[in-house]
Design a protein around this ligand. Structure first.
Ligand code: FAQ
Length: 351
């Protein structure tokens, strides 16, 4: 067998997550029952139909009637998700010109481009809810809509690019696998593809750390320092504890969300421990220990005050991330205008 220079084993638990995604795709992502015809039903009948579709684990589709609050909640979560993918290109984009080899650079470039693609699927999904993309960008640039907290942390070393991918892509997959079964069809379908690609992202971060942790003492220390920096932000990604979560109860009733923030955080910890063992790195939590009674690892929760501060705009890189995004949007205006003009010419049959 040819040796490709990248020798990390499969991260334990990764295949099981991917199998869940495949099972969702096989189970079917399309609706079961026919939609109600427009204008023929009372509000009560429409609501009863909506609730029956959700209860039967079928999909709500863009043209279906849906409660306003369901639509608003989806717009909120989906746009935050889309913004996270796009602003999330920055911490690793930082390493594109300095990756340690041509292969690493090519891999990282593919990953960062994938994030842009994920943003595209998700912005398209928000548009199916009747919101135009430009208004979403405005909301992001003016700070009325947010993106996930971890993106506001810096990546000072090459190992940070690896730890970021191993831990935060790993957390993103754990969070997104249940979203593949979300009640809103366009969200669920986008997530199937996103999870498969995210699995490669996770793998490449794991692989980069695996190489470093088997390198020189200084490389191993660099990998460990980066893991120490990213463990807290990765745990915080899952959001506030259940009793402080404003949206979970309702989102779970609507089956947008399937599990509480705490359940997903626990699943992530349980998956990370054996992966860290394979890497030969330590997760920076002295309280981390197997609890046979619970059948889970005990761990120290992340600093939720820090999460609140970072979400409110006071993280290490908030201003820089939003400033870069705003500038990229302004400087890219001519590309969007050219694409629109080109599409118009094609519609008119001009080549
Ligand atoms: N950061 O009531 P809950 C990627 C907010 S990126 C910021 O529990 P919910 C690309 C929350 O919005 C991963 N804000 O809310 C990549 C709410 O505020 P609001 C993309 C947070 O919705 C990878 C408030 O706190 N994935 O993959 C955070 O039920 C690697 C109360 O919270 C997603 O976006 C936070 N961490 O649950 C790039 C997942 N946590 O809206 C580079 C989709 C909570 O009332 C490298 N989203 N908040 O102002 C979700 O699953 C959910 O929205 C949660 C929050 C779990 C984030």
């Amino acid at each position: 067998m040819r040796h490709n220079g990248y020798s990390a084993p499969e991260p334990p638990g990764a295949a099981e997550l991917l199998a869940e995604v495949e099972a969702t795709a096989k189970d079917g992502l399309d609706r079961g029952r026919a939609p109600l015809g427009p204008g023929e039903h009372t509000e009560d009948e429409l609501l009863a139909h909506f609730e029956a579709v959700v209860a039967a684990d079928e999909k709500i589709e863009p043209r279906d009637w849906m409660p306003d609050a369901y639509r608003r909640s989806l717009v909120r979560q989906l746009s935050q998700h889309a913004h996270s993918e796009v602003v999330g290109m920055q911490p690793e984009g930082n390493w594109l010109t300095r990756a340690p080899s041509l292969k690493r650079k090519a891999i990282l470039l593919a990953k960062v481009q994938d994030e842009a693609g994920h943003g595209l699927y998700l912005y398209s999904a928000v548009e199916t809810l009747g919101v135009d993309r430009e208004s979403l960008f405005q909301a992001l640039h003016e700070g009325r809509q947010k993106y996930l907290s971890f993106i506001n942390y810096p990546t000072p070393t090459w190992a940070d690019a690896g730890a970021l991918a191993w831990l935060t892509d790993g957390a993103a997959i754990v969070n997104q696998v249940p979203l593949c079964r979300s009640s809103y069809g366009p969200y669920a379908r986008a997530m199937v593809r996103v999870c498969k690609e995210e699995s490669f992202h996770h793998r490449q971060g794991f692989d980069a750390l695996h190489v470093l942790s088997r390198g020189t003492k200084a490389q191993k220390r660099m990998a460990q320092d980066a893991v120490n920096r990213w463990w807290g932000p990765a745990l915080a990604m899952f959001g506030p504890p259940h009793e402080q979560s404003t949206h979970s109860e309702q989102s779970m009733r609507w089956r947008i969300k399937r599990y509480t923030n705490d359940e997903l955080r626990q699943r992530f910890v349980d998956i990370c421990v054996p992966q860290a063992e394979v890497l030969g790195l330590t997760l920076p939590d002295p309280a981390l220990a197997w609890n046979g009674e619970r059948g889970h690892y005990d761990f120290t929760p992340p600093d939720f005050d820090e999460l609140r501060r970072v979400v409110a705009g006071d993280g290490p890189c908030n201003r820089q991330r939003v400033g870069n995004r705003r500038r990229a949007h302004e400087e890219g205006a001519w590309v969007r205008e050219a694409a629109v003009a080109h599409a118009a010419k094609r519609r008119e049959g001009v080549r």
